[in-house]
Design a protein around this ligand. Sequence first.
Ligand SMILES: NC(=O)c1ccc[n+]([C@@H]2O[C@H](COP(=O)([O-])OP(=O)(O)OC[C@H]3O[C@@H](n4cnc5c(N)ncnc54)[C@H](O)[C@@H]3O)[C@@H](O)[C@H]2O)c1
Length: 369
Amino acid sequence: MRKTIGIGVAGAGAIGIRGALSHLSLQDVKDYGVRLAAICDPVPGRAKAAAEKFGVTAYYESYEELLQDPNVDIVTLCTPIGLHYKQGVQAIEAGKHVHFNKTMTTRVEEADDIIRRAAENNIRVVASPGMMLRPENRKKRKLILEGELGQLGWAIAGTARGTVAFHFEEEFRTGENILTSVNPEWYFKKPGGGPMYDITSYMLHELTGILGPVQRVTALSGQAVPEVFYQGKRIAKEMDDSTILMLDFGSCLYAVVYTTIAGEITGWSPNIYGTHGALIGSKFGDTELKDPALTQPHVKGEHAHMREAHVFADIMQLVDWVRDGTPSIVTAEHARHVVDIIESGYRAAETGQTQQLCTTFEPLPLEQL
Ligand SMILES: NC(=O)c1ccc[n+]([C@@H]2O[C@H](COP(=O)([O-])OP(=O)(O)OC[C@H]3O[C@@H](n4cnc5c(N)ncnc54)[C@H](O)[C@@H]3O)[C@@H](O)[C@H]2O)c1
């Protein structure tokens, strides 16, 4: 008989609700033997409100209590990025498998420690965003490996969300009750705030998932707008809002990855240019690679029409891995490499010196595409 898997959700903010609770409370997930075992949030009353709304068995105001709950097999960290390392270590020590909402950690040595501790304690780790779970991204890598683009020249990807406080417009920030007035201040603070860890993480996972690991990085970075206002309250920004990375993949293949305050030119998916053809977003020439009928694993029925389905898909990777021992293609080593690019990029900008990356990962081989 299929083992029931209990999920503990840490953080009842935007992604806790939209990515975890909204999806995991649906009937098909229950039928699959997955239970919302517990939720925690330190803001008084928030975990209780979320538990009542989504039918979660237990609620707590501290993460430590959630970790002590024997019904929790997997923890999904829906907390600010700066907390992920410490909370990941605590989960591993408590014997819980961990899903990290991007980004896994803020520093390579923290990611190393998570990977080492997980291996020592027989714990599974999946870190979002699992961009290569998207069928169109696997098609892109396949086209490249089969030589359809010719010799690769360069790529570009990025967003212009450096200052426009788009998180302020989320339905979880604009209301007045405990679930709709979640303060997004951490998005601007050290460590773990800023658009690089929050958004560029998507582009870096996709780009490296398709092209493979990066060897060197150089960058320019700064803060163009020093403050933002949330509900009339000033937030002094600590993280840069404008960063342009240049990545060296070897063999003269370079990429530009930007996060700026204006002028988004690519969309979230990269443009990748070769001597015989180019991938422009989700298109190869006139061919659209994205097929609405082909989704990430588990993203079926209602899930396919809901927001943050990719977060749900990543959590379900961990469920299947814990239950059947099927390892996910979404690896912690890939997530660590992205952390390395971001951390080394900031160091390159600060020192003016191109940085050699100290991590790598195995990109998907042709037979898995
Ligand atoms: N908002 C998005 O669009 C989005 C999308 C995908 C992934 N994410 C990722 O999800 C994570 C959370 O982002 P968010 O937008 O949901 O943030 P948020 O600010 O909306 O919610 C964070 C919640 O965590 C709670 N929290 C703070 N400290 C805690 C602790 N010690 N233990 C448990 N809970 C604690 C806060 O009270 C808050 O309710 C980040 O890693 C982010 O990058 C966000």
